[in-house]
Design a protein around this ligand. Structure first.
Ligand code: NAP
Length: 307
């Protein structure tokens, strides 16, 4: 089977397509049949953007507190930590990856065990970055962000949990399409350095933006004084409504740079994040514009001066 039509690529392409279609339906105000429209709105919105839409009682049954966001990152830290551990054992002690993992990778790529005999430096780096990202987000959810009583749909919750499982497997899938080129030290290249620097910068941008959102709910001593959604100002919020979503996209682009920009699979992941975060940013942007009369007109939703 050609690499490009591997199951893993089809999954990420379809996920990106779903969010692209959802983005277009929302952006161009295309209405679905009545009942379907209600379900659609319930599934694309969460948190503050869900507050003001009319929902039937049966829809409220599927609500889960948005404070559970940290579950996603806790699962990711454990799962992607385990995968990183397997990879380190493979590289340092020459231990083969477990059979169940090889079987899962075979299902996703159609490639045999030999494709994971030698792990590429880019894969190890991506695994480390993904783990660091998950840990930082876990700590931010627990100790930085201040959550209100917003909710997410149970489908979004299940999706969020599955997402980080699939993401970890996807990183390993990429190994089968990278050229093997000697020892790990010999593989070190400029794209690893540039990708890591971009990753650090984007992570700092995301952390700073999330801290600014949290600060809008506390007084100078750090005590929570409101759970209201205020108008964000300062920093990258002057350019876009959701700099933390932009930073998320840049984090995934940085990881693509780390594999030399050569992995179609990872670019499909980037495409998915682009569509997913563009939709979330547009919903948030429209929420701010309808709520705050003085909302700056030049401010974009997601990408400065563009979108
Ligand atoms: N890779 C992916 O597929 C994916 C998917 C989703 C999210 N993410 C990432 O996860 C991170 C969090 O996403 P999110 O959608 O939860 O972000 P968010 O809705 O902006 O919420 C982040 C935090 O800020 C609070 N907040 C939001 N707007 C506020 C306002 N106007 N005033 C004061 N506080 C405010 C939220 O509280 P409440 O909402 O509880 O009020 C929450 O504690 C982002 O960096 C995003 O990129 C990634």
């Amino acid at each position: 089977m050609p690499d490009s039509i591997a199951i893993v690529n089809i999954i990420w392409f379809l996920l990106a397509l779903c969010f692209l279609v959802a983005f277009c339906l929302f952006k161009f105000s295309l209405k679905l049949p009545h009942r379907l429209e209600h379900v659609f709105q319930d599934l694309i919105r969460y948190g503050k953007t869900k507050e003001h839409i009319k929902r039937s009682n049966w829809q409220l049954v599927f609500d889960i507190s948005k404070r559970c966001f940290y579950h996603f990152y806790a699962v990711s830290v454990m799962w992607n930590g385990l995968l990183l551990l397997f990879s380190l054992c493979s590289v340092v002690m020459n231990q083969a990856l477990p059979d169940w993992l090889i079987n899962a990778l075979w299902c996703l790529t159609g490639r045999s065990r030999a494709a994971w005999n030698e792990l590429h430096l880019s894969i190890l780096l991506l695994q480390v970055l993904l783990w660091v990202h998950s840990l930082r987000r876990l700590l931010e959810c627990l100790f930085v962000s201040i959550f209100s009583n917003g909710v997410i749909h149970v489908v979004q919750y299940a999706f969020g949990l599955g997402y980080y499982i699939l993401l970890g497997l996807t990183v390993l899938c990429i190994n089968s399409s990278l050229p093997q080129s000697g020892s790990l030290v010999n593989q070190l290249a400029w794209h690893h350095v540039i990708g890591t620097l971009l990753f650090i910068w984007a992570s700092l941008l995301q952390n700073r933006s999330l801290s600014m959102l949290a600060k809008m709910r506390t007084d100078s001593s750090g005590k929570v004084e409101t759970l209201a959604h205020k108008m964000p100002c300062g920093g990258w919020f002057e350019l876009v409504s959701c700099p933390h979503y932009l930073a998320e996209l840049l984090i995934y682009v940085a990881m693509s740079v780390c594999c030399g920009c050569s992995s179609l699979t990872w670019w499909l992941v980037v495409l998915y994040v682009l569509c997913n975060q563009a939709l979330a940013a547009q919903l948030c942007h429209d929420y701010y514009r309808s709520k705050f009369e003085t909302y700056p007109t030049q401010r974009k939703a997601f990408i400065p001066f563009v979108l």
